[in-house]
Design a protein around this ligand. Structure first.
Ligand SMILES: [Zn+2]
Length: 473
């Protein structure tokens, strides 16, 4: 294979794997269809929680986000060592997204650093990009976003926004010839949140992605560098209808607890419980939040056990994860079936206790990352073993980690516009994402971390230490 001079990664934010496959089969995205025909269309799993921002970390770093500092789109720092003000809480929805890179482990290196000159558009993670290389960071874009948001500009204005982003990306790739470019088209996510999968705007957003790919490709062909350009199209999470909204803060208040939750986090320092939802089909619940250390085994004792039971038995909850030690976690489903997931040195065990909540049929021991993916890929919760181990072991995660039942999410009161469709859960509706690669691959693309690892390899870059993905080229 000719080594790539430029790798363009186009993120079709929130596009389900089956949505992409249907669009390609229907002939409505000819440029993507051509890429898929020459290379391949694959279905891979994203990270849990399946939400924008942190789900881009695998693309640019080949790493899972939770262990390197970002366990959700909202999280609470019970140690108060990293986040001191604002109730020790972080929400990347809004102005605080600027802190995303600083919250990541300082040792983590990204493709933006390793593959200079680089550029990024509409990405929350941008470590290594300077301002001029980062489309979407300037005041111009912030003012424009605020105008659409507050003047209720509607979806048409967001579509215009993405056409503008795509045009700028194509022009800059043509002019600057970056080694690595990541361009996110965000409207597929926005239109599904507002109108669901049947929105007539969804097809229009895919045509924006298609037109961008077409332009990148034609430019390269015209300039005789098509064999040195790689174009990969990916998504960061799925989507599914969420007609039901469960307000977890009310559940906890009814148990007599003092609760803090975004956007009212000022009291988090004095709270018994802090709720931090992502997507919103996922939530970290921090219990006994005044103490700097995680509950772990204590979550199963005394009054905390009743709180955990109350949360886990909600109709809205599909899976409840309760980390019990630094290297193990209980996972419980809606019927109360419980199993233990344990991990050490990159290998994972699954031991049913009172049932088989992940539907794996039997005990599974000593699986490496590939085997753990293979036994779960066709199940309701693809990649559940590695994802549970990853998030439960992360220091910034909650004491109870909830993944929503299809049809539900965890925020009713404080969402400006109720979501018609959402994401964030460990369910396959949210975890499966498409990957279009423009050349045949010899390995098996499994996870989005494999995309970051393979992008480094395609550019001939030695991977930084800690990269978790496997190269599929
Ligand atoms: Zn979203």
């Amino acid at each position: 294979m000719v080594q790539a001079e430029t790798l363009c990664m186009v993120v079709a934010d929130g596009v389900r794997a089956d949505t992409m496959a249907r669009a390609i089969a229907a002939g409505s995205v000819p440029a993507l269809a051509r890429l898929a025909a020459e290379g391949g269309l694959h279905t891979v799993t994203t990270v849990f929680p399946s939400v924008t921002g942190l789900a881009y970390v695998p693309f640019v770093a080949g790493r899972h986000p939770a262990p390197i500092g970002v366990p959700g789109i909202r999280w609470f720092d019970r140690t108060r060592r990293h986040l001191r003000g604002l109730g020790a809480s972080r929400s990347y929805v809004g102005w605080a997204m600027r802190f995303f890179d600083a919250d990541l482990d300082p040792h983590v290196e990204t493709l933006f650093q390793r593959a200079q000159p680089a550029m990024g558009a509409m990405t929350m993670v941008g470590r290594g990009l300077d301002r001029a290389q980062w489309v979407g960071r300037s005041l111009y874009w912030q003012a424009r976003a605020a105008r659409i948001h507050f003047l209720r500009g509607g979806l048409r204005r967001w579509l215009d926004w993405d056409r503008d982003v795509a045009a700028r990306v194509a022009a800059r790739v043509r002019r600057e010839r970056p080694r690595f470019a990541l361009a996110a088209i965000l409207t597929p996510d926005k239109v599904q949140h507002a109108q669901g999968q049947d929105s007539p705007f969804l097809a229009e957003t895919l045509r924006i992605v298609d037109a961008l790919v077409d332009e990148l490709r034609h430019d390269a062909e015209r300039e005789g560098r098509a064999d040195r350009l790689r174009i990969w199209v990916v998504s960061d999470h799925g989507h599914s209808p969420t007609p039901h909204h469960d307000e977890l803060t009310d559940v906890l208040r009814e148990l007599g607890l003092r609760v803090a939750s975004h956007p009212f986090t000022a009291g988090a320092n004095r709270a018994d419980a802090v709720v931090m939802a992502s997507g919103n089909a996922m939530a970290h619940v921090y219990l006994d939040a005044r103490r700097p250390e995680r509950l772990l085994q204590r979550a199963l004792e005394g009054a905390w056990r009743d709180v955990v039971d109350a949360l886990a038995s909600r109709a809205s909850v599909d899976l409840a994860m309760i980390p019990t030690a630094a290297d193990r976690c209980l996972v419980r489903n809606a019927t109360g079936a419980t199993a233990e997931v344990a991990w050490r040195h990159g290998r994972v065990d699954y031991r049913p206790q009172t049932g088989d909540p992940l539907g794996l049929g039997e005990e599974r021991l000593d699986l490496d990352d590939a085997a753990a993916w293979d036994v779960t890929a066709q199940r309701t919760h693809p990649d559940a073993l590695v994802q549970i181990a990853t998030i439960a072991g992360a220091a910034r995660s909650g004491d109870v980690i909830l993944s929503a039942q299809p049809g539900w999410d965890f925020r009713r009161k404080y969402e400006p516009v109720l979501h018609a469709s959402g994401h964030g859960a460990l369910h396959r509706d949210h975890m499966l994402v498409p990957l279009v690669v423009d050349q045949p691959v010899s390995g098996t693309p499994r996870r989005t971390v494999d995309i970051g690892a393979s992008a480094l390899a395609a550019l001939g870059i030695t991977p930084p230490t800690g990269v978790e993905g496997r190269v599929f080229l």
